[in-house]
Design a protein around this ligand. Structure first.
Ligand SMILES: O=C(O)CCC(=O)C(=O)O
Ligand SMILES: [Fe+2]
Length: 334
């Protein structure tokens, strides 16, 4: 007889196992040490134009920084639900920091409810526009070292993202500081994620995180060894983003797709955890300054390929996407 705990995936949730040539692995060493940044830019160009995703290795981030952040992530999600709910994102106004419970944010609304729970934080700053302000830190006595480890991770990710963005700028034939100039005080979000394993019949109505594209410029994802990330390939098939030790998964968001007039792809992805184990991941999202304008680069526009997007500002675009996926924001009058 069928064990009711054995996951049974509906057809639409199956991922094709393919060679990971499909999601390329880019060695960042020649970019970081300056020996051959143009070679790395070429690899980035291929990856972002075809997959919208890449793994990066030799990224220069110490294992201990990543391991400490994962240890603290696990400790955080073990806190009692009432304590996590005291830090709920809806209490942070437009800063949008804090805890989100299962089904509290749905990234493919109308189709899928997200089983994940997460905790968002960002740079400590004045709350002068959406996405900026203080963090709702959990009680240090309950999880000692949380703030330091998670914030250190955030700072390291900011540094790494600026390095990767110099490679992306080169791959677009722009000056290496192209992004730095629109990232003086960028919106950045550090997210801690927990995906409980799913058992029984799993269909698209509830999965870890529904199919979505990321909203901003660049995402750096650390995942544990559990697996479950799926990325859509150009044929519309879901390809597994299998964990590779010592790498981060990098993908771009809508703002870079707009900037490149669709030359680079903000690709659909989702998470389905039927491993039988708890899955943890730590994405870091970097966007740009709140008022930075994104419209197609002249070098990505031609007579045959006219501009496909109007200009948007980073903050307005990002906030609009959050309103669509956060039920609590929809209740707030505009
Ligand atoms: O947990 C993952 O692997 C992906 C998370 C994700 O796509 C997101 O938070 O935007
Ligand atoms: Fe995502």
């Amino acid at each position: 007889m069928l064990n009711p705990n054995t996951p049974m995936l509906a057809d639409a949730l199956h991922a094709t196992r393919q060679s990971f040539d499909k999601i390329p692995v880019v060695d960042l060493a020649p970019l970081i040490d300056g020996s051959n940044p143009q070679k790395v830019a070429g690899e980035i160009n291929w990856a972002l134009a075809n997959a919208g995703f890449m793994y990066v290795r030799n990224h220069g981030i110490a294992d201990t920084v990543v391991d400490d952040a994962f240890d603290q992530t696990k400790a955080f999600f073990k806190l009692p639900d009432t304590e996590k709910m005291d830090l709920h994102v809806s209490r942070s106004g437009q800063t949008l920091r804090g805890y989100i419970e299962p089904f509290g944010e749905n990234t493919d609304p109308g189709k899928t409810k997200d089983l994940k729970e997460c905790f968002d934080l960002g740079p400590e700053s004045e709350p002068d526009c959406p996405f900026f302000g203080p963090n709702p830190w959990p009680d240090e006595a309950k999880i000692p070292g949380f703030r330091d480890a998670v914030y250190r991770y955030h700072e390291e990710m900011k540094r790494l993202s600026m390095t990767i963005l110099t490679g992306i700028a080169r791959s677009l034939d722009q000056a290496p500081d192209f992004f730095e100039n629109r990232m003086r005080n960028p919106i950045s979000i550090q997210r801690l994620l927990h995906y409980p394993p799913q058992t029984g019949i799993v269909d698209e109505s509830i999965i870890g995180i529904g199919a979505h594209t990321d909203y901003g410029s660049l995402t750096i994802l650390a995942q544990d060894d559990v697996g479950g990330l799926q990325v859509m390939n150009r044929d519309g098939q879901w390809v597994e983003g299998t964990p590779i030790a010592g790498t981060f998964v990098i993908n771009i968001g809508d703002l870079l797709q707009r900037l490149t007039n669709d030359r680079f792809l903000a690709n659909l992805h989702r998470v389905v955890n039927t491993s039988g184990r708890e899955r943890y991941s730590i994405p870091f999202f970097i966007d740009a300054d709140y008022d930075a304008e994104f419209s197609p680069l002249p070098s990505c526009v031609s007579q045959d390929n006219p501009a496909r997007y109007e200009a948007v500002t980073c903050g307005a675009h990002k906030y609009g996407r959050f309103v669509q996926s956060y039920p609590h924001l929809q209740k707030v009058p505009a």
